[in-house]
Every structure is written in structure tokens, then in C-alpha cells.
Design a protein. Structure first.
Length: 336
């Protein structure tokens, strides 16, 4: 377990940000943990990513993100400089990382000497940071940019959802509903992990980073002097199954063959409950179109409709979960 002790000022300064660079890192972690094939909805993206990886030389600086696994030093995934940075802005911040910070983190985490895959950052950190930043931009264009419009729409909806909760109910309610693998019992945010760690934050800022590529897990970054960052699974990962253009090939998509492409897309997006407006924003469809698909799915008994305060949320019924699992070939869990 990671137990993050947060004082009142840190909790009061809870903020939310998206991060293309953190998405890249999380995507590599998914590839690292699943050397054969990733489960739905990451399968198609992973196949494309591995084709790109196959064309990279063994010495490519980008491979540091694969080699690191769970041992990624924080300087390689800096805190997002704004609430919604571009990858160009994040790689610019990466290039400007102080060499003293690199040396301090390497010495603290590897006191007996850095591993070979990190040695360039010990011997010539400025050049190593420039090379990996260039590689990140190239990787983005080849392996992530085609998926990014749908991902960004889902992330924007997630940020809006969390920001409304933060404004309406305060940070305690937001943290209590963050994820099933996170437990908030003031003043401690406990994150489920297979190791023990105690983190104490006083008069800092808590930054929440939703990730499409989280794979259902949470991560914590604590090396920044003023920020404790916690990443968590964003809603909308199902959009990856639609492919880079956002639409599966109806000839090979069994769910689309059964329900039609629009209804299949809406059903996939409901692995986390969502509003009609939220689905429309995340999927790039008109609200009236989403409403029509939801009505048909409700009539079929595969989704439900529930009022929560002033919002109406739609989610998967057990029949919908079973249908997705059967036709995707992977188990699907709905978060009510």
C-alpha cells in the first residue's frame, strides 16, 4: 500500500490535469506488463505500438520507458506544466530539467550505481534528455497521434466531471470517489499497491492526472518539491477499441454487426457511467444521436438509467457487460 498523508492545505489545493507524456509512459508500462497481447480495449493500439517499436533500434533512447517498468525516475515524467499541456510543451519542460535534479534522483534511488539503461542520464544528462524528448515526439506521431482526438475528448469529459464534483462537493468527496483502488480516510489517501510506502505532503499541491492508458491501476509521483501527483484510470478507455479513426471496421467488429456501429460505440463507452452530454462529447456524436442509441439500448435491457442529483447517468446492466465480454473476447467490468 502507498499511504499518502495529506495536510489540510494540500487537500485544499487539489487540482486536475491531463498529460500526453504521462499517457506515453503508462502505455509503455502496459506493454511492459503484457509481453504477449493486451486485453480489450487496448489490443489494437498495442499491435500498432509494437509494430512501431519493432522498427526502433535496440539503442533508441525511447526504450528507457520500456526498460524502467515500475522503476521510472520521476524526472522522466515531469509534472505537467499546465492543466492541459501539449506534448511539445511537456517535452520542452523535460529538456529543461535541471541536471542537479537528475543527479539527485539517480543518487537517491540507485545509491549503489545506476543501471545501464539510465547511465546516459548520469554521464551526460542534458544530451540524454534532448535525445529522449526527440524520440517521444516521434513516437507520438507514429503510435499515439491517430488515437489522440478520441482520447482527448474522453479526458476532457473526465476533467469536467471531476471539476464539477470538486466545485460542488469539495476535495473530500472527490477523493472518496476517485477509484476502487484508492481509499480516502482523511488525512490519508491509500493506493493499493503490492509494496509498502509512506508519503507525507505538507503545504503542497495534490495533482490528479486521469489516464486512458492506466490499465486500471494508479500511480504516485512524489519527487517534485511542491506537488504530489496521483494518476488514476479515466473513463473512456473503451474508445481505443474503435481504432485510430474512432470507428471500427464494421466487417470485423462483431458487436457492430449485431447492434450497428453507433449503438456498439455507445455501449462500449458505458464501462463507466456517463451522461448523455458526456457520451456525446467523448464520442464526438450529436446529443440527439446518443439519446436515440441509449433509448434502444435501454429497451434491449443492456443499459440502465439512474438519476444522481440533477444528473441522469447511464451504465451497463449485467446483460450489457456479458455482451461486451462475449463479443470482445475479453472480460469487461462495469463500474457502477
Amino acid at each position: 500500500m502507498i499511504r499518502i498523508h495529506l495536510d489540510d492545505r494540500t487537500v485544499a489545493h487539489t487540482r486536475i490535469a491531463v498529460s500526453p507524456l504521462w499517457e506515453i509512459q503508462a502505455g509503455f508500462w502496459l506493454l511492459h506488463r503484457n509481453p504477449d497481447e493486451l486485453p480489450w480495449p487496448y489490443t489494437d493500439w498495442a499491435r500498432q505500438a509494437r509494430r512501431v517499436l519493432a522498427g526502433l533500434p535496440a539503442s533508441a533512447p525511447l526504450r528507457v520507458y520500456l526498460d524502467a517498468g515500475a522503476n521510472m525516475p520521476d524526472f522522466l515524467s515531469p509534472i505537467p506544466p499546465t492543466a492541459a499541456p501539449t506534448l511539445a510543451e511537456e517535452t520542452a519542460a523535460l529538456r529543461e530539467t535541471a541536471v542537479e535534479l537528475v543527479a539527485e534522483q539517480l543518487a537517491r534511488h540507485w545509491p549503489d550505481g545506476v543501471p545501464d539503461w539510465l547511465r546516459p542520464y548520469a554521464t551526460d544528462p542534458r544530451a540524454a534528455l534532448d535525445r529522449v524528448a526527440d524520440d517521444l515526439l516521434s513516437w507520438w506521431e507514429a503510435a499515439l497521434a491517430p488515437w489522440w482526438p478520441a482520447m482527448r475528448a474522453a479526458l476532457d469529459e473526465e476533467v469536467l466531471h471531476r471539476a464539477r464534483a470538486l466545485a460542488a462537493d469539495g476535495p473530500d468527496a472527490l477523493l472518496a470517489d476517485l477509484h476502487e483502488q484508492a481509499r480516502w480516510e482523511r488525512p490519508v489517501l491509500t493506493v493499493v499497491k503490492p509494496w509498502e510506502q509512506e508519503v507525507r505532503a505538507a503545504d503542497q499541491r495534490l495533482l490528479l492526472i486521469p489516464l486512458i492508458f492506466s490499465g486500471g491501476g494508479l500511480a504516485c509521483s512524489t519527487d517534485h518539491p511542491n506537488v504530489v501527483a496521483v494518476s488514476y484510470p479515466a473513463r473512456g478507455a473503451a474508445l481505443l477499441a474503435a481504432g485510430p479513426a474512432g470507428h471500427p471496421d464494421p466487417g470485423t467488429d462483431r458487436l457492430a454487426l449485431l447492434l450497428g456501429r453507433g449503438r456498439a460505440t455507445v455501449l462500449r463507452a458505458l464501462t463507466r457511467p456517463a451522461t448523455t452530454a458526456g457520451l456525446a462529447a467523448a464520442l464526438g456524436l450529436a446529443p440527439s444521436t446518443v439519446s436515440e442509441h441509449l433509448s434502444a439500448l435501454l429497451a434491449a435491457g443492456v443499459v440502465h438509467r439512474r438519476r444522481v442529483g440533477r444528473r441522469v447517468l447511464y451504465g451497463l446492466e449485467p446483460a450489457g457487460v456479458a455482451l461486451l465480454g462475449l463479443l470482445s473476447g475479453e472480460p469487461v467490468r462495469s463500474t457502477a
